[in-house]
Structure formats: C-alpha cells, structure tokens
Design a protein around this ligand. Structure first.
Ligand code: LLP
Length: 401
C-alpha cells in the first residue's frame, strides 16, 4: 500500500488527475493466489481488460502470470509487452471469426463462445489447433446483474443446455477441445459459486476426451468498503480440491485449473489522485467538486460502486460530511454524504481501488483529457502513460469541411 506522503508527492510531481499503481501490491495479490492454490495444478491469466498498460502487462507477466484477453487488440498489446503466445489466453465474446483466425495465427490459446464461430473454426482448422469452448453454466453470481455473466439470460458462452448441438459440431469437424471455460461474474466471494461451476463441468467432462484444462474464469472479489472482508482464496482452493478429488481425480481424470483474475490482481493497487476544484454549499449538502469525473472513473455511476476516498492534504483535520462530485456535465457523484477530513479547494484526494476498470473504462467525454498513469516499482514512481494533450482530441478527426 502506498503511503499518503508517497501519493501526495506523486500528485505534485505528475499533476492531477493521475492514476497510480503499486507494483508491490500486484505481486502480493499474485502470491496470495499462488500460495492459496498451491495444492492444485492451477495457473492464472490476468484478465487485462481491467488494466492494459503494457508496463503492467510486462510486470505481471514477469511474476509468472499469464495474460487473459478479451479482444485481438489486447492480444496484440500483450505480445507487444513481450508476453509469449503460450502465456496468452483469448477468451472471446461475440467476436468475428476473423479475430479468431488472427489469434490462431499468433499461436495463443483461444476460448470460443458461440456455436457459429466453433463451426467456422472446425471447418477451417479441424483438429489441427486445440481450442477451448466458453460455456454458459446457468449460474447466477456476481456483485450485480451488470457484471453477472453465467446466468440463463446472459449473452456469454454456449448454453450448457445446447450440449447436443455442441457435440455435433465437434464431432462433425473433429475439433480437439482442450479447455472448458466458464466465467460466472465479478465480485464473487463465496467459494460455493466456484464449486457449483466445477459441478456443472464435472457432468460434462466425459464428452470431451481430449480435455486438459478446466478454466473457471475470474471474479474473485476484493474489499472495496473499509469493513469488507478479504476473499479467502485458500478456502476456495480447498473446496475445489475436495470436490475434484472426490468426483474427478479419483476416477483418474486430472485437469489443470485456469483462472482469469482481473480485479483481484489490480484493483487495490490503484489510486486515482484528484484535486478539489471548487467547494459549494447548497444548504442541505456540501459539495467537493473534483477535477475528474465519470470520464475517468465510471464505476460509481455505472454500478453504484463504493470507492473509498481520502483527503491526502488535510489528513489530521476534523471529519465532516461531503458529497464528492465530478466536473462532467452530468450527475457524476463519487460519494454521497461521505465523512472526509475537512476538504478545501486545492486539496488532493485519493480515490481507492482504482486499478481495475478505472483507466480502462475512461473516455474523452466533454473533451477532457484522459489522465496520466504512474507505476511505482521498487520505490520509484515511473510515468507509464502521458496525460492526453489537445492534439489527442484532434488525432483522428478529419477536417472535411
Ligand atoms: N474472465 C472473463 C471472461 C471476464 O469476462 C472477466 C470480466 C474476467 C475474467 C475478470 O473478472 P474479474 O476478476 O475482474 O472480476 N467493469 C466491471 C467488471 C466487468 C467484468 C467483465 N469481465 C466493474 O468495474 O466492476
């Protein structure tokens, strides 16, 4: 965890708004996964949709973690960061067959999520390229419906109810299915959700003689609110191990487990540092208007997500109640009636848990610049993305009139 002083120095040196990531915390999280799952043959692929800066990809990969991608461009970024293809997984959703072909050309692992693409894949590659299928297990899980992906109405994956059609396609084209994949959602703390997933897959494995890998996706929850408890990774691992040993491994079927954690690896390592532009009192509420908004961190507005906020500049002052709002021409509220150490114009605030789906979901709405990104590694703060400049707003605009 970075200290308040470290964060203040970074705000001073690089300006605000700025995203700051603590490499040490990423490492600590990865080690918790590794040690939690030590009793199982498990590998981890960082779901880089959470944070794709190439320096982060390079660092996480240097820890021994693979990279999970959700677009061909993420695959290209991972390759660009120096990650080798066998450590890259492309778990697709609703993509064109051209992207799958490109992924195959690059030699990365692929999980296919529709019968239509699997059929095209079979026609083109037959059994020559071992591949995974993404299934929809009909499990409702995750912090809220917007981030639940495995339930019966979800667009993701091939529904398990269509097993017969799936097996027909595989048989017809002699496809080598190496991996069965599911991802039920994000913000999951309950070990039984993962056990449920394994149970669904256990029913199916007999149909897949080439199967080597069971991929349970991502979703491990991290604490966001001060009194949130940590997800007990070792407990999840133990529950999975017990289940696998009594239902699969005892029958001579051993599989490697893959996981695709995003938030777990990078949420807590990240801070969005912002400065207070304006204080405003409307009688009922005191607003702290900050120099960022839903254009930089949309999670509070999109999912009603809680992000802890700390006033770095006045940490010993008395606490008062504030509503923290952004500078976008929409209601972009970061926190309502939140206790913060007395806030003054010019103070630097830190918004916590900003590493995952923070910068990644940012935009140039209201023609604002995207923030800079800084990585703290071995005590040194390094700029890993420059703040946008005016030219960036014009870059792809064509003066046609
Ligand atoms: N694998 C697949 C196939 C996924 O779709 C996702 C996330 C992950 C892994 C990683 O999930 P995680 O470990 O980060 O929970 N923007 C939302 C989260 C969307 C997650 C989308 N898929 C948020 O900020 O809460």
């Amino acid at each position: 965890m970075l200290s308040k002083d470290q964060l203040l120095q970074i705000a001073e040196r690089f300006g605000t708004p700025v995203y700051v990531y603590d490499a040490e915390k990423m490492k600590e999280q990865y080690q918790k996964l590794k040690s939690g799952f030590a009793g199982l043959d498990a590998s981890f692929f960082f779901a880089c949709k959470a944070l794709t800066n190439i320096n982060v990809l390079k660092y996480i990969s240097s820890l021994g973690c693979g990279i999970d991608c959700s677009s061909i461009n993420e695959v290209k970024l991972a390759l660009h960061a120096g990650v080798s293809p066998e450590n890259i997984l492309y778990t697709s959703n609703g993509i064109s067959f051209e992207e799958i072909q490109e992924a195959v050309k690059n030699g990365v692992h692929v999980n296919i999520d529709s019968l239509s693409n699997l059929e095209k894949f079979g026609k083109k590659f037959g059994s020559s390229y071992p591949v995974g299928v993404r299934l929809r297990p009909n499990i409702l899980a995750g912090g809220n419906l917007k981030i639940s992906t495995g339930h019966e109405k979800s667009k993701f994956g091939i529904p398990v109810d269509q097993l017969d059609n799936l097996l027909d396609v595989i048989k017809q084209h002699n496809i080598h299915i190496k991996t069965l994949h599911i991802h039920t959602g994000s913000d999951i703390k309950d070990a039984e959700v993962f056990v449920h997933g394994i149970k669904v897959l256990t029913e199916l494995v007999a149909h897949f003689p080439d199967l080597e890998v069971i991929d349970l996706g991502g979703g491990f929850k991290v604490p966001y609110e001060p009194d949130d408890e940590e997800t007990d990774i070792a407990h999840i691992a133990q529950r999975l191990k017990t289940y696998l040993e009594s239902h699969l491994f005892n029958k001579g079927k051993t599989y490697t487990l893959w996981f695709e954690p995003g938030k777990y690896l990078v949420s807590e390592c990240g801070y969005l540092l912002t400065q207070v532009n304006v204080m405003k009192d409307n009688g009922a509420q005191t607003f702290a208007g900050i120099n960022t908004g839903l254009n930089h961190l949309i999670r509070p507005m999109m999912y009603d997500a809680y992000h802890h906020i700390v006033n770095l500049s006045n940490a010993h002052a008395e606490e008062k109640v504030y509503t923290v709002t952004g500078y976008i021409c929409e209601t972009d509220t970061f926190a309502t009636d939140r206790l913060l150490h007395e806030v003054r114009e010019g103070d630097v605030l830190a918004i916590y848990n900003a590493g995952a789906y923070g910068f990644e979901m940012s935009s140039n709405y209201n023609s604002r610049y995207k923030p800079a990104e800084v990585l703290v590694l071995d005590g040194e703060a390094k700029l890993i993305r420059k703040r946008d400049e005016f030219e960036d707003l014009l870059r792809n605009q064509v003066k046609a009139l």
